[in-house]
Design a protein around this ligand. Structure first.
Ligand code: ASP
Length: 437
């Protein structure tokens, strides 16, 4: 019998009616063995996620400010879910335990983890499946850093002991039992780790959309749905801002080749998107899988005649960036110039220092900044089988009268990235989409 790990996000478990949908999804498929829930998320746009409520609770209590209203909101949400799904569970002991820990100055990680913990308990009782506390299987080396070896060993034991289990996402514990968490949205990562640890055949990630789209629907009306995408394509699109899945969630499953299925709890019959090691190259389909873009970049342009004959030039430039904690995102270059694309956030407050250090150490002919840059990536592993992809891209931008300031294409031919002025961002995505789809 194949094993599926199913992770349900916050909106999938936001209230009783969502719990009922999740119940049906699990009960209709006996292969769904290990269930990883998030804390209840937003019921509507204006609503607050339970995890955000818990962070607020921590902030208030750690400043000695009354947190009673916030704690009541927390309790009400779980009580209401129990009522809506007719679950006969006395929540008071759990609430008391949490309140006690707040009074005893529990850590921020501990408090924020209680959303998943309590939701896991509710779901396990509702499904009548054993509950496994994540603190016993997600073992961390230090706060926020997983001990993979110990964790996979513990999860292997879970597979031997339990045919089915609910294991809450987002948190785990240090060897001394102290609770710690992943970064925000880390339930996706927990699900992937569980999938690898129990040797799953499939990792399902249930959310509130039917998978990935070929472009941002805020900019393109009804963009194409992506049925299948490779790990590598997903990495490129996620980096560029297509965010449905936590961007680290593919790493635990990559080495095992476990596919991920993005599915919609509100429309379970929809195909969703399958993330696979290598996607099929379907003849006759578009040479690209998707388009994504990201704003907020600057370029540091460095010019020096015969730069390419100076063995140490690049090393010196990069050592300055390293010393200033600035990550380089892309590096288009020519024989006499080097352009470093960096995130504005990384540069903040460091611009003039970096310029003056480059001038001192590298002795360039000229250094200058260009700001207000956006990057747009067209991504597709099919691209390498098509001639003329870049021609199509550049023609589309030229016809839309958009100036391309920078171009990169890796030799793997998985993507082409163009840098443009941020003012041209929306029309650029629209023009490219029209040309390819
Ligand atoms: N509840 C956590 C958060 O809101 C983790 C998750 O939902 O994946 O970040």
């Amino acid at each position: 019998m194949s094993i599926t790990v199913a992770k349900f996000g916050g909106t999938s478990l936001a209230n009783g009616s969502q719990f009922k949908k999740v119940y049906e999804i699990i009960k209709n498929d006996p292969s769904k063995k290990y269930i990883v829930p998030s804390a209840p998320g937003k019921e509507s746009k204006e609503d607050t996620k339970i995890t955000d409520l818990l962070y607020l609770l921590y902030d208030l209590s750690s400043h000695g400010i009354s947190y009673n209203d916030v704690f009541s909101m927390f309790k009400d949400r779980y009580s209401r879910i129990c009522q809506e799904i007719n679950l006969d569970l006395d929540l008071d002991p759990y609430f008391d335990e949490i309140e006690e820990s707040i009074k005893n100055k529990a850590s921020r990680d501990y408090i924020s983890s209680r959303g998943e913990y309590l939701n896991g308990i509710l779901l396990s009782k509702y499904l009548d499946i054993p509950f496994v506390d994540a603190k016993d299987v997600m073992i961390f080396k230090k706060p926020h850093v997983l001990d993979e070896e110990k964790t996979y060993k513990a999860l292997g034991k879970i597979r031997e002991t339990y045919d089915q289990a609910v294991i809450p996402g987002f948190y785990g514990a240090l060897k001394n039992g102290e609770i710690t968490t992943f970064s925000r949205g880390g339930g996706d990562l927990s699900g992937a780790i569980v999938a690898r640890g129990v040797g799953a055949d499939l990792y399902e990630n249930w959310t509130d959309v039917s998978g990935f789209l070929a472009a941002d629907p805020k900019l393109i009306k009804n963009p194409n749905h992506i049925e299948e995408i490779s790990y590598a394509e997903l990495r490129e699109l996620s980096y560029m801002g297509a965010s449905i899945l936590h961007d680290e969630a593919i790493f635990p499953v990559i080495s095992q080749g476990i596919p991920i299925a993005i599915k919609n709890t509100n429309a379970p019959e929809d195909l969703g998107t399958r993330i696979v090691p290598q996607s099929k190259n379907v003849k006759g389909t578009s040479e690209i899988t998707g388009i994504a873009g990201r704003q907020g970049f600057s370029v540091i342009n460095i010019e020096k005649i015969r730069m390419n004959r100076d063995l140490s030039f690049h090393r010196k430039v990069f050592s300055i960036l390293e010393a200033n904690d600035i990550y380089v995102e892309h590096i288009p270059s020519s024989i006499d110039s080097l352009s470093l694309i960096v995130k504005d956030d990384d540069l903040q407050g460091k611009k003039s220092r970096v310029i003056s250090e480059i001038k001192t150490l590298c002795n360039p002919d000229r250094v200058h900044f260009v700001s207000n840059i956006s990057l747009i990536a067209v991504v597709g592993q099919n691209m390498k089988n098509h001639i003329g992809t870049s021609a199509k891209l550049f023609t589309a931008l030229a016809q839309a009268k958009i100036n391309i300031q920078m171009i990169t294409q890796g030799s793997s031919e998985l993507n082409i990235i163009v840098g443009i002025d941020t003012d041209d961002f929306d029309p650029a995505i629209q023009a490219i989409y029209k040309a390819f789809f």
